[in-house]
Design a binder for this molecule. Structure first.
Ligand code: OOG
Ligand code: NI
Length: 466
């Protein structure tokens, strides 16, 4: 089979993302409710702000909005992570970024599997935040050995999906029929299991170390723990959730509300306890486990290293002024502090661009195209923008934020789970487990911006602007 007859990897990802969403909707009805709320809110925002609708149209983002979502899973061993990396590669998803959650008391390090090229992201922006449990952080040696032996026994992949991964690697892709089967088989890894692989007593011991450890070790597979739609206005959704019977977490993670959104704002709601039958438990008895929750996100501009440094500095300043973790009782004060502190971050795309704080996509305007070949065009980028011949829109941030991710983890783990670990970040270990290096996300945005400038000069038939 030649390359042209292989199923397109972006289409496989889009179809996997739809299948995952259908499975989660069937398993967690509140997710369906949330999807409706997000869709209603996006319609309201687009009707009431033509500017936003226009900007989404000019960057072709409108078409990806309804299918926009991310999910998250947690795995227990290096082999699981490395095989997942190969599974995601079949769908054109690569590990982007490295997130160390241990400083926030969560014993994992993570990456996000996602498409890397803007054209692929447009077909399907689906991403999976994937965490590897750091068993070496379990202090109790006996429990650590027990956890390792339980994990060593499980196989989270169907044998057919492994065959299809190997086939895709060997032949360079999958036929349409094999791709369909791959999606169905891959889905099995992410399914929920209401039976545990350990006894209730063992579960309790794992849970006492850290709830996350129990969540990873006690089950047959790395169930998807949330699926997150993207909203155009997270504050509207946050305020509307209680009316739909959903209780959101106390504060929205990330930057404050702004005219020009940056990076990522997220909020989540706690899922209910779910019934679990533990090993050796009679069929008429059961325990419970809570892992699956809901989350929504609003995405804004991707920041340059300089912009990101300013963001981190302001977020840290706001958090130290609050003096404690944001929670129900200090939520209002936190929002106030955050808004005040972030006044130092320019709130216009033009200023962010001039100061080199964010990445942009540049494109020739109609005026620019009409004037091509004329003398006027032989000017630099700034003049082309100034004379309205080249326009720009911010690039969407496609990644995650470690402080926010820790907040999301914590809101679902309960307040008693803030541990302090002596061992810190180890990106090398993560790469070894993964079997490859993670991609630096900043380079991806810089490349996209660069390509847009090349397109501009090609279309306008002028010397390179890039
Ligand atoms: C992942 C939490 C992080 C996000 O959106 O930042 C996350 C997890 O709970 O496994 O999904
Ligand atoms: Ni998430």
């Amino acid at each position: 089979m030649n390359a042209a007859s292989f199923a397109n990897r972006d289409e496989i990802r889009a179809s996997f993302s739809r299948a995952m969403s259908d499975m989660y909707k069937a398993e967690v009805p509140l997710y369906g409710t949330l999807m409706e709320l997000v869709s209603e809110t996006n319609d309201i925002v687009m009707t009431s702000s033509p500017k936003i609708a226009e900007s989404l149209k000019s960057t072709d983002e409108l078409q990806r909005l309804e299918m926009e979502r991310h999910g998250a899973i947690r795995v227990g061993t290096a082999t699981e992570l490395a095989t997942l990396s190969r599974l995601f590669a079949v769908m054109g998803m690569e590990p982007v970024g490295y997130y160390d959650l241990t400083p926030a008391g969560v014993p994992v390090h993570s990456t996000a599997f996602r498409a890397v090229h803007e054209a692929s992201l447009q077909v399907s922006p689906f991403r999976v935040f994937t965490s590897l449990l750091r068993l070496e952080l379990i202090e109790n040696e006996e429990l650590r050995t027990f956890a390792s032996s339980v994990l060593a026994k499980r196989n989270i992949f169907t044998s057919r999906v492994i065959e299809l991964i190997e086939q895709s690697e060997r032949e360079g892709g999958l036929s349409a029929a094999d791709a369909d089967e791959f999606v169905q088989q891959a889905l099995e890894t992410f399914r929920w299991h209401n039976t545990a692989t350990v006894t209730l007593d063992e579960y309790k011991q794992l849970n006492a170390q850290h709830r996350l450890i129990a969540d990873v070790v006690a089950f047959k597979g790395p169930h998807i723990n949330h699926l997150t739609p993207r909203t155009l206005d997270i504050d509207i959704v946050q305020a509307a959730m209680p009316r739909k019977g959903i209780t959101p977490k106390a504060v929205v993670e990330g930057p404050p509300r702004r005219e020009c959104p940056i990076l990522l704002r997220q909020t989540s709601f706690k899922a209910l306890d779910e019934k679990i039958t533990f090993l050796g438990q009679p069929a008429n008895e059961s325990g419970s486990h809570s892992a699956r929750f809901g989350e929504i996100e609003q995405r804004g501009a991707a920041l340059t290293p300089k912009g990101r440094e300013l963001y981190d500095e302001l977020l840290n300043a706001a958090r130290s002024e609050l003096g404690e973790f944001p929670n129900e009782s200090n939520a209002a004060r936190y929002v106030e502090i955050l808004e005040k502190t972030f006044k130092a971050f320019p709130d216009s795309y033009e200023e962010m661009r001039i100061k080199g704080l964010a990445y942009f996509k540049y494109f020739p305007s109609r005026t620019g195209v009409a004037a091509r070949n004329s003398e006027r065009l032989l000017e630099g980028l700034e003049q082309l923008i100034h004379t309205g011949q080249v326009s720009f829109e911010p690039l969407v941030y496609e990644d995650f934020l470690p402080v926010s991710a820790a907040g999301i983890f914590q809101s679902n783990l309960g307040d008693d789970s803030q541990s302090h670990y002596a061992i810190s970040s180890n990106q090398e270990d993560f790469h070894t487990a993964l079997g490859r290096e993670t991609i630096n996300e900043l380079k991806l945005y810089a490349d996209t911006q660069h390509r847009s400038l090349l397109d501009c000069s090609n279309i306008l038939r002028i010397p390179s602007l890039a």
